[in-house]
Design a protein around this ligand. Structure first.
Ligand code: GLV
Ligand code: MN
Ligand code: MN
Length: 434
């Protein structure tokens, strides 16, 4: 059978069936899903993924960081002996001696009450790419691997599975995860993961041929421009801090306003100042105060302390550091203004990354071949691809998000757009791996 590679397309009905079944796991009942990392519903989605992989006749692997994969081994040339390439998984089967692996992935975990497309689309599309390559008997020189990375969202650590695979996981980030140590320990236990074992998921650099990902945009640019595909040029860096503004508890009725060391004032003033700083001096950046905990937290007690969760992002490394310095100076200033002490704790950092120019060009070629319009911009969301910076070429595409909504149950991408993205992914994988 001769197959014209450029005419191959993913099977939309089959992909939709997989996507729809997956959307029921951890469903919030209003179109969204709650599958926070290593929760029961997240693990159920991974069990479902495993059965899809096995039903498709693909090899299934899970590594010691819990990353779940479907693998389509490279085609063995005469004289080549199939042997293990190294300890890449707990259930590893022999892969080709000289073949490296093109990873195509995303994540099945979600934020709390998140959308059903974020991450899930990329995993389902990656699996569909492997199914198409397999059923058409295409012989590739590299192994194709559809991978579901552990804890992308950062409800525990963030980019945990991809960082472990890339050899980038910082042991400190497990000791002090932004989602709380107890939640991480319980999640690892549920998933059967061992803390030291997680670091053994690291693969040799030369075993990785590249990383591709299809994702929803999670913003309004493509929809506004009426463009089919966004080719990602860079992924923002992200840094998070817990800032504690510390004052003194007092009687909320009998203490004069001038006599208070009210922690809420420093925290609130800082939240407003952070917005001013970003909007005034860092136009490509964003900052978010996502949580404030008032302690002791009562109607009639002046807050003794407020713990504030701050996160900020920038696509540019220098700007990122300058923004960090400006925000920390402002937090100090606002604390001083209200007679408070400031304590800060910094969590895992991810630096801004550029995507491979070669893969961006290949994505553009695939879009042109498929008659799809495309444009290029930086991603404001973090993604697993950034773990592979300097390890292997990274490429990522976006499909339009209706009304830009994401991290919420109303998140939606029209199915035709999902299919377009999956076809660009397929054609690009074939060009790179063929
Ligand atoms: C993950 O989706 C993030 O960008 O926070
Ligand atoms: Mn995502
Ligand atoms: Mn997300």
């Amino acid at each position: 059978m001769t197959v014209l590679i450029s005419s191959l397309r993913i099977n939309s009905a089959r992909m939709l069936e997989s996507f729809s079944t997956l959307s029921l796991i951890g469903s919030t009942g209003d179109g969204g899903v709650s599958r926070v990392s290593l929760s029961e519903s997240h693990l159920a989605a991974r069990t479902w993924f495993r059965s899809e992989v096995e039903n498709a006749g693909l090899e299934f692997h899970v590594d010691s960081a819990g990353n779940h994969s479907a693998i389509l081994p490279a085609f063995a040339l005469a004289g080549e002996v199939a042997q293990p390439t190294g300890e890449i998984g707990l259930s590893q089967k022999p892969l080709l001696l000289r073949a490296s692996t093109l990873l195509i992935g995303s994540h099945l975990d979600s934020v709390l009450n998140g959308g059903r497309f974020d991450g899930a689309l990329g995993v389902v599309a990656a699996l569909e790419v492997l199914r198409i390559v397999k059923e058409n008997g295409i012989r590739l020189r590299v192994n194709l691997e559809a991978i579901d990375f552990t804890d992308e969202e950062g409800t525990l650590v963030g980019l945990l599975g991809s960082a472990a695979l890339a050899g980038r996981l910082n042991p400190e980030s497990l000791k002090k995860p932004r989602g709380g140590r107890q939640n991480l320990v319980e999640g690892m236990k549920r998933a059967g993961l061992d803390e030291e074992g997680i670091f053994k998921a690291t693969r040799p650099k030369d075993s990785l041929a590249g990383y591709l990902e299809l994702h929803i945009e999670q913003g309004k640019r493509l929809e506004r421009m009426g463009i089919n595909i966004g080719i990602v040029s860079a992924i923002v860096g992200i840094r998070s801090y817990r800032l504690s503004f510390i004052g003194r508890a007092d009687h909320a009725g009998s203490t004069l306003m001038t006599d208070r060391a009210d922690a809420s004032l420093g925290a609130s003033a800082f939240a407003l100042a952070a917005r001013e700083i970003v909007m005034g001096s860092f136009p490509n950046c964003v900052a978010n105060v996502g949580k404030m905990d008032f302690i002791p937290g009562a109607f009639n007690i002046v807050p003794a302390r407020v713990d504030l969760c701050l996160e900020f992002r920038s696509p540019d490394a220098e700007q990122f550091e300058n923004l960090d310095a400006a925000l920390m100076a402002s937090a100090k200033e606002q604390a001083g203004r209200f007679g408070l002490e400031l304590r800060s704790e910094c969590f895992e950092k991810h630096v801004p990354n550029l995507m491979s120019s070669g893969i961006q060009k290949t994505f553009a070629d695939s879009c042109n071949d498929l008659g799809l319009t495309h444009t290029s911009f930086a991603s404001g969301a973090i993604h697993d691809g950034q773990s592979f910076d300097g390890i292997c070429p990274i490429g990522m595409i976006f499909v339009p998000s209706v009304d830009g909504a994401s991290h919420a149950p109303r998140e939606l991408t029209k199915w035709d757009d999902c299919v377009n993205g999956a076809n660009v992914l397929l054609q690009t994988a074939l060009k790179l791996a063929g």
